[in-house]
Design a protein around this ligand. Structure first.
Ligand SMILES: [Fe+2]
Ligand SMILES: [Fe+2]
Length: 161
C-alpha cells in the first residue's frame, strides 16, 4: 500500500478512537447529570466508533500494512448544557466527514481503488451520523431545553439497541 495512504488510514483509526473517547466522556457527563438515557445512547455511540476503528484496523492488515497506534487526545469532560453536548458532537462528526473525504481524495490521487471502495461504507455512515445528531439537536432547539423535553428525550434515547 502507498505510504501516504497507510499513514492517513492510521490517522483515521486514531480519529475513530478519539470519537469513541469523546462520546464516552459525553456519556460520563450525562451520567453525572442523572440523564441515564442520554448516557446509554452515547455509550452505544462510543461502541460504534470503536467498531469503526476496528474496521480500519482489519483493512490495514488485509492490505499488508501495519497498524501503528498513536496518542489519543484528552476529550473535554464538561459542557454548558445538553444542547451544547449535542452541538459539539455534530460539529465533531462534520470534521470526521471532511477527514474521510480527504482520505478518499488521497486514495483516488494514488490510484488506490481498493481503499476508495473500502471508504464508500464510511462515506455513507457519515451521512447517517450527521443526520442522527442533527435530529436530536433540532428537537432540543424546537422544544427548548426544559426538564420536560429532557425527560421525554431521555426515555427515548434509552431505547437505543
Ligand atoms: Fe466513526
Ligand atoms: Fe461517528
Amino acid at each position: 500500500m502507498d505510504k501516504e495512504v497507510l499513514e492517513a488510514l492510521n490517522d483515521q483509526l486514531n480519529s475513530e478512537l478519539y470519537s469513541a473517547y469523546l462520546y464516552l466522556s459525553m456519556a460520563a457527563y450525562f451520567d453525572h447529570m442523572g440523564l441515564s438515557g442520554f448516557s446509554h445512547w452515547m455509550k452505544k455511540q462510543a461502541e460504534e466508533e470503536l467498531g469503526h476503528a476496528m474496521k480500519i484496523y482489519g483493512y490495514i492488515y488485509s492490505r499488508g500494512g501495519r497498524v501503528v497506534l498513536k496518542e489519543i487526545k484528552r476529550p473535554p469532560h464538561t459542557w454548558n448544557s445538553v444542547l451544547d453536548v449535542i452541538s459539539h458532537a455534530l460539529e465533531h462528526e462534520k470534521r470526521v466527514t471532511e477527514s474521510i473525504h480527504r482520505l478518499f481524495d488521497l486514495a483516488r490521487e494514488k490510484r488506490d481503488r481498493a481503499t476508495e471502495v473500502f471508504l464508500h461504507w464510511f462515506i455513507e455512515e457519515q451521512v447517517e451520523e450527521e443526520q442522527v445528531f442533527s435530529e436530536i439537536k433540532q428537537m432540543l432547539e424546537f422544544a427548548g431545553e426544559t426538564p420536560q423535553t429532557l425527560l421525554i428525550l431521555n426515555s427515548r434515547l434509552a431505547q437505543r439497541k
